[in-house]
Every structure is written in structure tokens, then in C-alpha cells.
Design a protein. Structure first.
Length: 405
């Protein structure tokens, strides 16, 4: 079993994956009693509110979970001045003082308020009152799915377009650069299959037209031929319209890449599957290493949000340039021992010089390969001014477990 010697830097950046310790706001003795009762089973910070604005201001931050035990109106007035965006607002839930009802108020999907409300309901026996349209209509919610899978979400302003289309009973195209296993949720249609279906119809129609032309007699009048040509031209224009409408449709994309996607309205889910292996000469300039790193990602069209980690050998665990790079990108910096790297180093081009120094003939490519779970190498070892880099992609499979089907 492969063992990591160190994990130098580890920051939880997945959407909602790392849940913060909840805060329970209460406004009366009865509410405070309920807050402490909840906190016994779901540990959190109990705050007896004296100044609503200041109390909320201190706790209202991305990733937070706030439960207001009291009237819904008080909760709304308290959070209103601080609401900014669905991608950064915390999960806000309200519960009455008797613990009879629990209602998600803000960030139901991305912040996890809906799921948290259901947990609170299960713990307290309260009745959950979930009002988001996709949930009550049992329609696929792309933002809930992104959070559950730990995918980063691009173009969040388009979530409304995707959800509205599904709620109205229309289909949404689905395109993935990762392998997809199992059925898609109701309403999602694989883009490749959709495109192939249209192309097949065009090919079939053209074949039928050609056959019909061959069967037509040479006695056709000039006017008849002209009329048929105009008819065929109109059909071709109609077919082009079908393709153009397809290209301008609504879509969901799962990909770590930056591309020109074929949708007018789309939400891109970015899986953190890119693992970068690096090496650097002692005291390498951090800015120099950063530009080398960025240049490589740009050449591969990799979106920065797709980065999972940076890795190297444990001899580099204190290398300032590597540590600063990981901090700047807000991803973990992992290091492996030579014993961890050695069994895989022979799979890649080895350097005798590197082997004498580190005990392993190839550090960056082997580290990237290991960090990716022995995934696919996207960029073999590249060297520049004492710096090395390699990029690997984890072979993740996209699935849609319940309740997303």
C-alpha cells in the first residue's frame, strides 16, 4: 500500500465538502435550551443574541452554517445586509422555539442548507419545510450535485436557466470529458448521442434525396427540376437550423478543461482531478516557478479550479517556491519518500544525475502519477532552468447516485 510521508499543506476547497462548526442563534431562554439540546448531538456554538446585526456580521462567512432559533422574519432581517452571492453565502436555516419546523432559508444547494435542515429534522423530530423547486418536484439540481461530488462550479448564474428548463419538462444536454457510468438523471441527454442522432438523420435524408433523384426520369421539365432544387435547398436550411438550435441549447459540462463549448447557456462542473508533480533547484525564485507552472497549465488548457494538488519528493518538503505555489493556488502540497516513488520511477524516462541526488531517477512525473492514483499522464517531464514539471489526470468516473437520478 502506497504511503504518503507528509502532507505539507492541505486546504479543503471542495464545494461544501468540509462543513464548518455550526452556529446556533437563539433569542429567548426557551430557544437557548433548544440550542443546547441540539448542540449535544450536533456540536456547535450557541450564541444568545443581544445585538442582531453584530452577531450575524461576526458569523456570516463562506462555508458557515447558521441556525436561527426563532421567527423567520428575525432571521431574514438579520441576514439581509450581508447576502452577496449564492456561491459564497453560508447555509442559513431557521427553526421555531418549540422545534416543530425547520426551514432552509439561504444557500439551500451550494451551501448545503437543505441537507442540513433534513439532518436537523432527523435529530430533533422537527418537520422539514424545503421550498426549492427542484427538490419538491424531484428534479435534478446541478448545484446540489456539484456540492455532493466536490466539483467546482463555473457560470453559477446559469443554474437558474438549467433548472427552469428541467422544471418545465425540457431536456438539458450533458457533456463530460470524464467517463460516465450508469444512467443520467431524468431530463439530461448525452450531448454526443444527441449530436449523432441529428447527423444520422441528415445523412439518411441526403441518401434518400440522392436515391429519389436517380429514380427521376430525364423527361422532367426544367421548371420541375428548378422546383425540386428549391425544395432541397429549403430542407437543407431547415436541417442547418436544427443543428444550430442544438448548438445554442442549454447544457451541463463536466470537464477540467477550458474549451469553446457548444452551448449558449451552460453550467460547467470542474472536477479536481489534475495532479501536478514538480521539482526545483534549491532556492528557486517563487515567481519563476509560478510562471513555469502557469505556462504548462495554459498549454494544456487546464482550468485552475481543476487542480487537486502539487507533489514532489520529501527532500523538497521545505522548498519555499513549491510551498508558496501551493498556497497561492490554495491546494495541498504533498511529498513522497524515495521508497514510495522508486517502484514506479522505471515507468518514465530516468536521469542518472537525479537518481544520484534523490535516489529516484524521475521525481516529478512519478509523483504526479502516484498522486493521481496511477492515472493518465497529460504532460511528461518538462525541464526549464532547474525546474521540472509533469501533469497527470486522475481517472475519475462520473456517476449519478440517488437522489440525483
Amino acid at each position: 500500500m502506497i504511503a504518503l510521508c507528509y502532507t505539507i499543506l492541505s486546504l479543503a476547497m471542495n464545494l461544501g465538502k468540509a462543513m464548518s462548526r455550526p452556529v446556533y442563534f437563539c433569542f429567548s431562554k426557551q430557544g437557548e435550551t433548544l440550542a443546547h439540546s441540539i448542540s449535544e448531538g450536533m456540536p456547535g456554538k450557541v450564541v444568545r443574541v443581544k445585538g442582531l446585526h453584530d452577531c450575524v456580521k461576526r458569523e456570516f462567512k463562506p462555508g458557515a452554517r447558521l441556525l436561527f432559533i426563532g421567527a423567520l422574519g428575525i432571521c431574514v432581517r438579520g441576514i439581509a445586509p450581508f447576502i452577496e452571492a449564492k456561491t459564497s453565502d453560508p447555509a442559513v436555516v431557521v427553526m421555531d422555539e418549540l422545534g416543530r419546523f425547520v426551514i432552509p432559508v439561504l444557500s439551500g444547494h451550494l451551501g448545503g442548507a437543505n441537507d442540513w435542515a433534513l439532518e436537523l429534522a432527523k435529530h430533533t423530530g422537527a418537520t422539514p419545510v424545503v421550498t426549492t423547486a427542484t427538490d419538491i418536484n424531484q428534479v435534478f439540481a446541478v448545484d446540489s450535485y456539484a456540492r455532493a461530488e466536490g466539483f467546482k462550479l463555473l457560470y453559477p448564474e446559469q443554474i437558474k436557466v438549467v433548472s427552469t428548463r428541467l422544471l418545465e419538462g425540457n431536456s438539458v444536454s450533458f457533456l463530460s470529458d470524464l467517463k460516465v457510468q450508469g444512467p443520467l438523471p431524468q431530463g439530461l441527454v448525452a450531448w454526443k448521442n444527441q449530436e449523432e442522432t441529428v447527423q444520422e438523420k441528415l445523412v439518411q435524408k441526403k441518401a434518400e434525396q440522392k436515391s429519389a433523384e436517380q429514380e427521376s426520369t430525364e423527361q422532367e421539365s426544367t421548371e420541375q427540376k428548378k422546383s425540386k432544387q428549391q425544395e432541397n435547398l429549403q430542407e437543407s436550411l431547415d436541417d442547418s437550423k436544427v443543428l444550430n438550435e442544438n448548438e445554442g441549447s442549454v447544457g451541463i459540462v463536466v470537464s477540467p478543461y477550458i474549451k469553446a463549448w457548444p452551448f449558449q447557456h451552460m453550467v460547467q462542473l470542474i472536477p479536481p482531478v489534475i495532479h501536478v508533480g514538480m521539482g526545483a533547484r534549491r532556492n528557486t525564485n517563487p515567481e519563476k516557478l509560478y510562471h513555469f507552472f502557469k505556462q504548462t497549465l495554459e498549454e494544456l488548457n487546464i482550468h485552475p479550479l481543476a487542480l487537486a494538488d502539487i507533489s514532489s519528493i520529501d527532500l523538497k518538503k521545505d522548498e519555499r517556491a513549491l510551498i508558496e505555489l501551493a498556497e497561492k493556488e490554495r491546494i495541498p502540497f504533498k511529498v513522497y519518500s524515495k521508497e514510495d516513488l522508486a517502484p514506479f520511477s522505471h515507468l518514465f524516462a530516468e536521469s542518472d544525475f537525479v537518481k544520484r541526488i534523490t535516489g529516484v531517477g524521475n521525481v516529478c512525473e512519478t509523483a504526479a502519477y502516484m498522486a493521481s492514483g496511477q492515472g493518465k499522464i497529460l504532460r511528461s517531464k518538462q525541464s526549464q532552468d532547474g525546474m521540472t514539471i509533469a501533469v497527470a489526470m486522475e481517472e475519475k468516473t462520473v456517476t449519478f447516485p440517488k437522489p440525483f437520478r
